[in-house]
Design a protein around this ligand. Structure first.
Ligand code: AMP
Length: 548
């Protein structure tokens, strides 16, 4: 694929390949092509670290950790490093070499994920060893990229979905539409193959892309289009989840579409009592008594498979704000009003609640609702059009978010630098970027706002995910998402976006948000236009491809 020039030629080639696969392999190929070891929504995790993989690589190629680091510095990612090591020092083939089929890879990934408990590292490494031993250098490269989830993001929308359409002679829009309702591209491909794309609906147990809110710079803007009352809800500061319940099976999916059910055992019983069969959308919030706890508290529970004692220390509630399926009936196209009235009939309780919502006719009424929301401890408000359908995967004008402060942007860190004084030994200064058509473009640098713990954790991560070591500064894999606040957006030649932020500070780490969902250069232009009253000059920044 990399050797083929031109998007259409790549799509054609990939389409021809996909067309040759039977269903199980088609599903596997779609997952691997998007850099995932398992289909979206599959609860299994490889849980094999960088160091464990590096050990296996040096062992089977008969090299040292120093050799590996030398090669790594030249290549910047572990996949390319594996390929180079395999070229220079081909591993001795195993006694009974096996061809590396998709099925064999699936088996190995399954065994790696299944290894749990104290001896699991050894087991994982031994599976990995036999998988890699039979791999050619190029195969090793991509296996390692999947193991370290290091493939380029954006492949899914840009190449895979059109290639699926091509492979099975389907309409590209129909495929894209289906992919919003069914997040797993393998499932989309299987349906494209079977000719059942038209019938795609939300499916219980199969996650879909969340509907997202657009930003506004003033409350007036929300009411500018039509004067109809808007539904104003509290904006909860937690993590977005969708809950699927069907035939006694209950699954909670995170914003990254991971199955996080086990992380919130206290929600299990109330969610089971809510209704028999439903899909709902909402936010899990840390909560004590009648007030939310700061996001930082909830953050301590993120990334854990089960909460342990933190379940008592940091209690959570689920604030539900949408209902997409109830008792077999799909509600996506029903107006929000109707979806909310369907929600009022459910069996809510203390820890699974219906979000607070009230109509506002004017910016002043919305402002009053905003003050109430802040007094109750929430982040801000979300204004929603009562007639709107639920649009999976869209960030539109049907939902608008409003929080205090001039503005915040969700950005991804592309470079990290050693700090000064007591931060001289940690990577504490971060250059960050937004997404543009061609890739990531930088917009600012910030060094304040995170705790020492967070900085220590990020330093370790950046050291392990350095793309290029330039001494004081390291270019890093673009995967750490931050929310940054600032006072003003300025036109500036200092960064590749053509803009800079005045007084940027980190509001928080957004572990919950995938880099695909950060703000775009268009968002920045729009914010600039609204806050400065001027149209920015078109600047052609040097756009750096994502994942470079
Ligand atoms: P942001 O994370 O700043 O892009 O804001 C959008 C997020 O606010 C959504 O993805 C939800 O996770 C969250 N949110 C909190 N309360 C609500 C609500 N009442 N309606 C919709 N989204 C909400």
């Amino acid at each position: 694929m990399a050797a083929i020039a031109g998007t259409q030629a790549k799509i054609d080639r990939l389409g021809r390949y996909l067309a040759t696969l039977e269903e199980a392999d088609l599903r596997r190929a779609c997952a691997y092509l998007t850099g995932a070891a398992f289909p979206a929504g599959d609860p299994r995790r490889l849980q094999v670290g960088w160091v464990a993989i590096a050990e296996v690589l040096t062992e089977i190629t008969g090299t040292t950790q120093e050799d590996l680091h030398r090669v790594y510095l030249a290549h910047g990612d572990l996949g390319a490093t594996a390929a180079a090591l395999f070229h220079e020092h081909p591993p001795a083939p195993s006694l009974f070499p096996r061809p590396l089929t998709l099925e064999a890879v699936d088996g190995a990934f399954g065994a790696i994920a299944a290894a749990q408990g104290p001896a699991s590292r050894r087991t994982k490494q031994s599976v990995l060893r036999s998988l890699l031993r039979d791999a050619a250098p190029l195969e090793a490269k991509f296996l390692v990229k999947i193991l370290t989830s290091d493939l380029r993001i954006g492949f899914r929308e840009g190449l895979l979905l059109p290639a699926i359409a091509q492979a099975f002679g389907r309409d590209a829009d129909a495929v894209r539409q289906a992919a919003l309702l069914v997040a797993d591209p393998g499932e989309v491909a299987a349906r494209a193959r079977a000719g059942t794309l038209d019938g795609v609906t939300l499916t219980s147990g199969s996650p879909f892309r969340f509907m997202l809110a657009g930003s506004i710079a003033t409350l007036d803007e929300a009411f500018a289009q039509d004067a109809a009352p808007l539904l104003v809800e509290d904006k909860y500061d937690g993590i977005r989840v969708q809950v699927h319940r069907n035939a006694g099976r209950l699954v909670i999916y995170s914003r990254t579409l991971d199955d996080v059910t086990r992380a919130y055992p206290e929600l299990q019983a109330p969610l089971e009592g809510l209704a028999r069969d439903y899909i709902l959308d909402g936010e899990i919030v840390a909560w004590r008594g009648d007030r939310p706890l700061p996001f930082g508290q909830l953050q301590r529970r993120l990334g854990r498979l089960t909460p342990g004692p933190l379940a008592q220390e940091i209690p959570v509630v689920l604030m539900a704000f949408d209902l997409l399926r109830l008792d077999g009936g799909e509600l996506l196209q029903h107006p929000l009003e109707a979806r909310r009235s369907a929600m009022t009939g459910l069996a809510w309780d203390e820890s699974v609640r219906l979000s607070r919502a009230a109509p506002a006719r004017t910016p002043a009424e919305a402002e009053a609702r905003f003050r109430e929301a802040r007094e109750a401890g929430h982040e801000g408000i979300v204004l929603k059009s009562p007639q709107s359908p639920y649009q999976p995967g869209r960030r539109g004008r049907l939902w608008l978010k409003w929080k205090p402060g001039l503005g915040t942007l969700d950005v991804v860190v592309v470079a990290a630098e050693y700090g000064h004084g007591k931060r001289a030994r940690v990577l504490s200064d971060y250059t960050f970027a937004v997404r543009a058509a061609q890739g990531l473009v930088t917009i600012g640098k910030a060094y304040s706002g995170l705790t020492d713990d967070e900085i220590a954790r990020l330093t370790a991560w950046f050291l392990a995910h350095t793309v290029e070591d330039l001494g004081r500064v390291r270019t890093v894999e673009p995967r750490i998402v931050l929310e940054v606040a600032f006072d003003k957006i300025m036109v500036s030649g200092r960064h590749t976006s053509g803009f800079a932020l005045r007084f940027p500070r980190i509001v928080r780490l957004r572990d919950d948000k995938p880099p695909e969902e950060i703000n775009t250069l268009d968002d920045v232009r729009e914010l600039y236009r609204k806050t400065s009253g001027a149209a920015p000059r078109e600047r052609r920044g040097k756009e750096r491809p994502s994942g470079a």
